[in-house]
Structure formats: C-alpha cells, structure tokens
Design a binder for this molecule. Sequence first.
Ligand code: PEP
Ligand code: MG
Length: 887
Amino acid sequence: MEKYVYLFHEGNGDMKELLGGKGANLAEMTRIGLPVPNGFTITTQACNAYYESNKNIPTLVEKQTLEALSRLEEKMNKKLGDPKNPLLVSVRSGSVFSMPGMMDTILNLGMNDETVAGMAILTNNARFAYDSYRRFIQMFSDVVLEIDSYYFEQLLEETREQKGYSSDPELTSEDWQEVIKGYKEIVKKHTRKDFPQDPKEQLFLAIKAVFNSWNNQRAIVYRRLNKIPDHLGTAVNIQSMVFGNMGNDSGTGVAFTRNPSTGEPILYGEYLINAQGEDVVAGIRTPQPIATLKDEMPGVYQQFAETCHCLEQHYEEMQDIEFTVERGKLFILQTRNGKRTAQAAIRIAVDMVKEGILDRKTAILRVDPDQLNQLLHRRIDDRAERKVLAKGLPASPGAATGMVVFDADEAEQLGNEGKRVILARPETTPDDIHGIVASQGILTSRGGMTSHAAVVARGMGKACICGCEALKIDVRAKQFKVGEMVVNYGDVITIDGSSGEILLGEITMIDPELSPEFQLLLAWADQERKIEVRANADNPVDAKKAFEFGAGGIGLCRTEHMFMDLTRLPIVQKMIIAENHDERMEALEQLLPMQQGDFEGIFEAMQGNPVTIRLLDPPLHEFLPDKENLLVEVTKLQILDPQSEELKKKEKLLKKVRQLDEFNPMLGLRGCRLGMVHPEIYEMQAKAIFNAAVRLAEKGIEVKPEIMIPLVGHVNELKQMRQLVMEVANQVQISTGKTIHYTVGTMIEIPRAALTADQIAEEADFFSFGTNDLTQTTFGYSRDDAEGKFLQAYIETKVLPDNPFAVLDQEGVGKLVETGIKLGRITNPSLKTGICGEHGGEKSSIDFCYRTGLDYVSCSPYRVPLARLAAAQATIRHEKNEVFTTA
Ligand code: PEP
Ligand code: MG
C-alpha cells in the first residue's frame, strides 16, 4: 500500500523528492532533536494522485491524513475543533525545489466560532484569539475560497478609521469580533455559503488549495524561469501552530546563517515582536535587524545562534531559517539552503573550505556559473557625481538604470519593447513576477531584506532596493515623492543595490573586476578542469579583457568586425563595388595595414597564447547600405537633381546592391565561398596576419596564429583555401627571412562538413565547431527569423525544451559534433577541436563539450570566468559519476 502521509519523525532530509524540500527539512530537524512544532507531510505523490483522480483527494490519501491527524492530536494532547482545547495547524506547500513565495500558505486552521472562544479562555487573551481568527478567515478566504483580500482589508481600514485608530494593535477584542462579523458577511456574499465551521472540512479544502496552487499562474511562470519540471507536484505540510503574536514575549523572524548579499559569516536577518509568520515576509511592517534580539531576548538569541550553527554544520550549507518565539520559547519552523547573490555564493564557498566544512571540489560545485554574470556586470563608477534622492535597504547588489514604472504589466510591456525600466512598488507580491523579470531593477518603499522583492531579485541577480520609507509611492498617480521632489512615470533613475542609494538620472558605470575570493575559486577551478577556455574577441581591448579574465587564447576572431569600423567601411565598400581587378586591389592595399595593426594588437594582448583568426565570413551586402533606403534616395535624386554626380554614385551602388541581393543570404555567397570567388580578399587577410606575426616576432613576442576557414561544406573548398593561405605564408617567409609557426583549420558549421569530417580533417590542423550556424543549418532555422517569429512559442508550448541557439541541442546538433570529432580523429589523430558558437559560454553545453572530448570552448570575454568554473564542474561531476542537471 502506498504511503502518502509521513509524520515528521518518520522522514528524513534525503526524502526531498517525496516530502518536498520543506517537509524533508522539517523531518530532518525533528530527527536531530531541534525544537520543531509537531506535524506531518502529505507527499508529492499524493499531489500527483490528486491530479490523476481529476482533482479529487483519493480515499487512501484522506484516510492516511486522518490517521496522521489523530497521532498529532495525541502528541499535542489537543484536538482539532475541540472547543476547550483546540489544535490549530498551519497548512503549507512544499515542492522539491524551493519556490519562494510562489505557493500559498494557510495559518491558524481549525479556528471557528467555538474554538475561538476556547482559545480566548485558554490563553487568557481574548484579543489574541479573535485577531487569530480574523487572520484565518482572511487567509483562508483568499487562498481557498478565492475572495480577493482587498474586501477584507477595506473593511479593516474602515473599522480603523471609524474608531480613530492608526494601527492594528489598537483594536480590542470586541473590535475584532465586530470585524469577524463583517468578514463572514463578505464570505457569504461572495460564495453564497457560510464560512466553513467544520475544521476537518477546512483542512481538506486547504489541502486541495495547496495542490491546486501547484498550477497557479505564478507557480507556472516560476517553474518555467527556473526549469523546474511540471510533473514533480507539491507536498503539503501540516504543522501544529505556534504563536509569535501572543504578546511582547513572543515574535517571529527569518534569518540567514551568513549574509546573503555579501557572504560575510555573521547571522543576518530580521524579526518582529508580537507578530505572526507572514508579517515578516509579506513586508507590511518593516522588521528589526536580528542583532537587536540579543538585547531584547538574550536567552532566546543565544539558543537561536547555537541552533543556526548546528544547522549549518549539519547541512554543510548556508541556511535560511524561519523561527517563532512563543512566550519566550524558541521554535524552528523551517530551514532551507539560503538563496544568495553570486558575490555571497563565492565568499561562502571559499570561507567554508577555509573553515574545514567543505573540500575544494564541493566548493566549486556550490557556485552556479550562471549567477556569475551578476559580478561580471558593470557597476556605478565611484568617481561619478551622485545626486542621491533617498536611501533604502541594499537588498540585491549591482546597479541599474531605467525609466520608472509603477505597474508590473507596464514593466513587462516596456521591457519587451527593449526599454530599460525600474519597477517601483510599495511592495511586490508573487503576482508581479512577470514585471520583475522584465525590469533592470526593483525598488520598494516597504519590506525588509527578506521581503518578496528582495528574495526574488537576489535569485535573479537583479539590483534591488527595499524598504525605502522616505519614498512616498503613489501607484495610481504614477509617481513617487521624496520630500518635495516628485519623480514621475518615465523619469530615468539609477539604483545602486549595493549601497541602497536611489539616484536621479543615468550615472556612469565601470567595468567589473574579480574579487580575491573569486580569483581563488577560479584558480581552484583551473586546477580541476581538463578543457581549455578561450575567448571570442575581435579587437585588442576585448582580447586584453579576455586575458585578464583568464582566457587561454582566442578561439574566434571575427575579422569582419574590423571592417565595420566607420573609417574603414568606405574602403570596404570601394573594394566591393570595384569594377576591375586594379580598383579592387587598390582598396585591399589600403585595408591591409589596418588589419595588420589589429592583429598586432591582439597578438600582443594574448602574450604567446594561440589566436584563431577567421577569414571573412558574412555576405558582402552586409557592408553596403540597405537596398530600400538606397532606392528611396535614388528616386528622390532622380526627381530633384537628375544630373548630379551624387545620383550617378548612388545608382552605381544600387546596381551593386541588387547584384549582391540574395534570397537566402545565410545560405548564399558567404564564408569560404567568398574566398573561392574573390581569393584576393583572403590573400590580403592572410598577408596581414603573417606580417603582424613577423613584426611581433621581431619584438621578441611569441605568436601562434591559427588561420580558420569558415563555412566549409566540401573538402575541396578547404583544400583550395588552405593552399592559398600557405602560399601567402611562404611569400611572407621568403621576403622577410623569418619562419612563422602557424596552423590552418576550419569551422565545422554545415552538417555535410561534420558528416565528411574524415575527409576534411586531412586538410585541417584543427576543427572549430561553429554551433551558431550548425544549429541554423541542422534545424533549417534562420536564427533571426526563428527567434522573431516562432521560437518563443515553441519553447512555451514545450515543442523544444530550450532555445537551441542558447543551449546546445545535444541530441541533434550535438550528434553532429560527436560525429565530426570521431571521424576527424580517424584520419588526423592530432586534430585539435574546439567550439566557438555562443554555446561555448553556456554551462550545460560546456558539460557536453567536456564529455565529448573537445579540447577547448571559446566564448565572449565576459563569460570566460563562468566557462572556467563550468568546465571544472563538468570534470568534478564526471569523477563523481554525476550527470548535469539544471536545478
Ligand atoms: C558560428 O556559426 O557558430 C560562429 C561562431 O560563427 P558566426 O556566429 O560568426 O556565424
Ligand atoms: Mg558561423
């Protein structure tokens, strides 16, 4: 018989898949003897069984739940619904992977008209009892009965106003009873039924609601963003309530065992005296920093600090802990691995090695390569003038600039139009998630470092400032005020999530540098990884950056970018529209020293490391003006100035543009086909490379040029182009009397090249897989058309698991890479192999490259640190026989 329900003491920390993260942790904490309120967990399997039974709770699940409830009642010596001694429980969701704030929670379940009276007598605190009951009605109505909280809040506000109160604690027991009456009327009006009084009915309705919340919109969006599979389901945790709102000797809070922003090893968190759990996370009252608990409740603080230490040692991970103090007694409600910024992740991993908690390999695996992007982004230049408007809590580091918007839908719309926006809200809720995704940064006027906005922004690596109470946000008027200053919708501001400062206008930013801890972690990674990391760089500045970030060479220098320079473009155009050989050669002669200068700069920056230079790849029309614009200009001139020289020039240009016009430029005259048709272009480029090599050799700088022929599909193309390059090399060597050590290879980016790699490898010293084009040609998608027209829909409807231009399609494109390597090495065992498509900087693709036996990956300079770490992780995973997973 399937076991669907586990009492906390029956489970343990390894049962995440069945009990969900929260349930497994509650079981584990119970097992190691921490003060956890008793309870039980309904498994994720039960959730799946619920969906399989068309959203009905299966009889077996119901039966086991009732049995577990009886056991809980025995343990607590209380009974659900007993007017004299009622058991109250919380009902919470808990999926395998943490989804903060995504699912619904119900507290104080078991309250009704009778138990509330019992509670009032038992606690000798009628005010507390009725306050708890109204909270329950409100929460249950919102989550289970789907009545908007707005109605309840409105009524509460009216009551406060009527009585002349400014805050909730001023309401008396009688006031709450009045409010409850009103609340029940709201329920009756919206559901045409009375608020359910039977606690068991309440319980099963709540369980159903948690199961249903697995498929609410925000949970679905969160799963899609974080690649969490839909079939996992959520567990339900039912736990006896403890109360942080029983007076000034009670409270509730959230704390991290280390600072989740910086990684500093000190307890970090906040609490509220006389409050219930949700008050802290909801961000409605701004809580106190945890350090002040030391003064307010020294004994509790001491016990809490010890528990934190114990939990961190036990899990060997930074923990995020929820606690409640009920009349001076500490309870731990939850622990989980704490979400953290990249900066903190690195510091914690390195510190834990130094503290002897982790070994280096485990520390390397602890940092998510994707997160490193945060650190490789630009930040505010310290020297820039700052007009600080206000200061809030520095909730998630990094800086962001954008126009202020006050609504998540608007943020999404403008973000999708490519505008940079900062979302400003009094506080955020899980319903704002789509707006947060589309924004550069988040700003709130309420809530602390563990509020929804802060937690989500840190997880996404976005800048965030919270709890900036100086900001008076008026969402309706679309403006905020700081004192007299008014900032309106659309005004540009900059937020510095590291200092908490809000600045007017756009501020100068500077390039990132790697912290000492980051460098140390990367140095450890370099010792582990078995695959080289190179960079794609087209100019000396990028090459220098790449070298600084630890690139072991350049895997792709796209020479066309040098042609796009504004001073060069006219010469390139002259070369293209040349009517005879001499004219063309004249233009090429002018380009030669410019290209040579670029190569010298790049070689110098790479200090003796290999540099792969690709000869011209794009179709020539990309260097000419747009056909339609040109046509308009010619037509205008024909009318206004038909005899002009300008018109003749433009007509000539238009003729050339028309000649070069293609139906499918991606599949047209480009790549090595250009070199075949116009060998003089490739000759000039080869000459520039070899001249640069000689020049540097003369300066005593070692160079290793690798000349790469793009878009080869047939071995004969490579044969001919290789010959051309070697002839130029010979000429330069003879004329200068210097020997140049160079190699010639090709890109593999056409399926035919991969399939005939054995033939091609006979003419190649190296293969570099151009997985951008290989993806286009394998799928038969033109990237620009696909991404603009149907790819997003394909991903949303799960036709494709990911965008194949970002994450390598291992089954299809990857098979061609494998085939290419295998065949290539048959005829050329010393063949060097690498990948230079965008996938070279993506962690799952890097894992694939390592497993497939490539010698190197090459990615943009800013992704080099990420690739170094991902390459080390691939090796360590392999040693541990583990497979790559996304979550
Ligand atoms: C590729 O096709 O993967 C590649 C690196 O070349 P490009 O992106 O310049 O076409
Ligand atoms: Mg390509």
